[in-house]
Structure formats: C-alpha cells, structure tokens
Write a protein that binds this ligand. Structure first.
Ligand code: HEC
Length: 119
C-alpha cells in the first residue's frame, strides 16, 4: 500500500472548472461590475479564447493577473470580492456551469483551467 505524506500538501482533489464553481448570484453581480469596469475594452467573447490559452494553468494565476493588471486604465482599483464576481461572470459567459456555492478566491489555486464541457 502506498502511503502519501499529507503534511505540507493539500489533500483536496483538484477541482474542475466544470463542477459549478461559482453561483448564479455571483455571476449576476459580476455582470453589472463587468459592464462598468471591463466592457469598454473587452467584448464578452474575448474571454473564451483567453481561457483556452490558459488551459492547464491554475485559475489563481489568471485571477492574480486580472487583479494586478486590470482594468488596464486603473489596475487594482476594485475590491477582491468585485474581481471574484467579475471572474464568475466571465466564466459564465464563456460556457462554464453555475453551481450552488460561491467562488472563493482562497480556493482558486486548487482549480486548473480546462475547457467548458458542452451540456
Ligand atoms: C482600458 C482598457 C481595458 C479595460 C477597462 C480592461 N482591460 Fe483587460 N486588457 C486590456 C488590454 C489592452 C489587454 C492586453 C491586450 C490583449 O491581450 O487584448 C487586456 C487583457 C486582459 C486579459 C487577458 C490576459 C492574458 O494575458 O491572457 C484579461 C483576462 C483581462 N484583460 C481582463 C479584464 C477584466 C476582468 C477587466 C475589468 C475588471 C478588464 N480587463 C478591463 C485592456 C483593458
């Protein structure tokens, strides 16, 4: 039997992007914020290919980039919660399923970016 050392490792199984990692309310809130802070530069269709290009990376890396560099004309201007809601909206319009639980920024490093599964 193989005994894995758990100390210092997360024993959480990696979460898939397709498990419903954000909630409906969160995506709704994100839609409003997105209109206000992102839409002037990005069409909604911008993000699907971006997410595909980021496949295999952790969702926290993309989130860090967004929080540090966007909106490009005022980087880092929003609250962490606002960025999180915007990320939920971006995932929703890019074809990922909504779920019951809110996306929590603390768990993003356990999530690997993958393709949306067609329903
Ligand atoms: C003033 C214009 C502007 C605004 C507002 C803006 N962005 Fe951007 N964004 C850019 C530019 C320019 C780039 C880099 C060029 C490109 O890849 O199209 C970019 C790139 C990105 C990328 C791709 C990063 C990558 O390297 O793959 C993401 C994701 C992104 N923006 C998210 C957002 C989000 C979320 C918001 C709102 C909080 C936002 N942007 C607001 C101009 C803007």
């Amino acid at each position: 039997m193989l005994v894995l050392p758990l100390i210092g490792f997360s024993n959480e199984t990696p979460t898939s992007m397709n498990e419903g990692i954000f909630s409906k309310d969160q995506a709704k809130s994100g839609k409003r914020l997105y209109k206000k802070h992102c839409q002037s530069c990005h069409e909604g269709s911008y993000f699907k290919p971006v997410l595909l290009a980021w496949r295999g990376e952790s969702l926290s890396s993309l989130f860090k980039l967004i929080t540090a560099a966007m909106p490009e004309n005022d980087p880092g201007a929003l609250e962490q919660d606002q960025y999180t809601d915007i990320l939920a909206h971006i995932l929703y319009i890019s074809g990922y399923a909504r779920g019951e639980n809110k996306l929590d920024p603390a768990t993003l490093s356990d999530i690997t970016i993958d393709k949306p599964v067609a329903k």
